[in-house]
Design a binder for this molecule. Sequence first.
Ligand SMILES: [Zn+2]
Length: 117
Amino acid sequence: MSNKANVELLTERDLIRAVPERWKSVYSSTHAGRLIHPGKLDLLPALEALDLETCSAGDVAAIIGNDSWTELKCEECGRDVKSVVIVGGALGSTSIYLCAACAREAAAVFSMEASAP
Ligand SMILES: [Zn+2]
């Protein structure tokens, strides 16, 4: 077993980059030969036309009609943020998304312990 913690950075840009492929995969599902969500794939060309390295989350939302595909929320403080660390998920544990402020606060708890008399 590795000693490296299961901590991964996830950014809004990562989510933006993944939108066209995720959209295609989610909305290509069929049941009895028919699309489960007819009409959704019509948006794919517009998503694929985006420059995924420079477009904003707002550009994505303008196409799909909401920000659910690019929003990133800290699961501790509830703030909308541009990046989180995903902690956990190994060994079957539940993972949690933490913003930088909450992750720093968590790390600070250990410093307090170390400097306690
Ligand atoms: Zn937070």
